[in-house]
Design a protein around this ligand. Structure first.
Ligand code: F6R
Length: 240
């Protein structure tokens, strides 16, 4: 495991964007596993800047996102498809046909998850998987529980996650209660994992994830078993 301490959020974003850029430059048709939430915003901003300078080309890149809320569509500003469109896709030369997220509007969970697994398998391995860390140790929306979920599945979001994500919604009641997420097996099959951890309030859970017992009660603890993980943490100045 490679571990970097960033001096502030900008430093974290640049370090992570450098790793993603290197991946794209080394393998222009790479498959990137992407995440949403607050932590990657600075990374996407940095990647857009380098694209605009002419240093990056997304034309052959494929992206497969970790998760999507169930029950909201691409035109809903709270959906992860909308987030990706506005924070990255619309600003770079990526082919939308190569960008994938679970279909939040598919009400049939089994169908939605099978289809997403099919997409993941069709693309072979994910070259680089970007992960944020939930306050309760979740990765993707793999919430603490009795077992590590294997592949894409539908989850009931925990109260801690609903409370953490309510900042993006008008009220707690408006936060969807379910989501489709890649499973731990999908995540662990990525060739390389980049975990970004921003915020002093995540320091303790990061410590449990990296140095505590491997348990589904702390889903990120499974990363101890992956052979190629880079962690970048910022517990200094928050956001830009
Ligand atoms: C988002 C995702 C989540 C977030 C995590 C941290 O696609 O999969 O696991 O990475 O909830 O969110 P932030 O970065 O908002 O603290």
């Amino acid at each position: 495991m490679i571990f970097y301490k960033a001096k502030d959020y900008q430093d974290l974003s640049r370090k992570a964007a450098n790793i993603i850029s290197a991946q794209i430059i080394m393998k222009p048709d790479c498959v990137l596993g992407l995440a949403t939430g607050s932590s990657p915003l600075g990374i996407y901003k940095q990647l857009i800047e380098w694209y605009q300078k002419g240093d990056l080309d997304f034309s052959q890149v494929t992206t497969i996102n970790l998760d999507e809320y169930k029950g909201i569509g691409a035109d809903n500003p709270q959906s992860y498809r909308y987030y990706m469109e506005h924070q990255l896709f619309a600003h770079v030369n990526i082919d939308r046909l190569r960008t994938f997220l679970p279909d939040g509007m598919e009400q049939d969970s089994k169908k939605a998850c099978e289809e997403y697994n099919r997409i993941i398998h069709e693309h072979g391995e994910i070259d680089l998987q970007l992960l944020g860390l939930g306050r309760n140790g979740h990765i993707g929306f793999n919430e603490p529980g009795g077992a590590f979920e294997k592949e894409t599945h539908c989850v009931n979001l925990s109260m801690s996650t609903i409370e953490a994500n309510q900042r993006f919604f008008e009220s707690k009641e408006k936060v969807p209660k379910q989501a489709y997420t890649m499973g731990i097996k999908n995540i662990m099959q990525a060739k390389r994992i980049l975990l970004i951890v921003n915020g002093k309030e995540k320091e303790q859970i990061l410590e449990r994830a990296l140095n505590g017992p491997i348990t589904p009660q702390v889903p990120a603890s499974i990363l101890q078993l992956h052979s190629n993980v880079t962690v970048i943490k910022n517990i200094g100045k928050q956001y830009i």
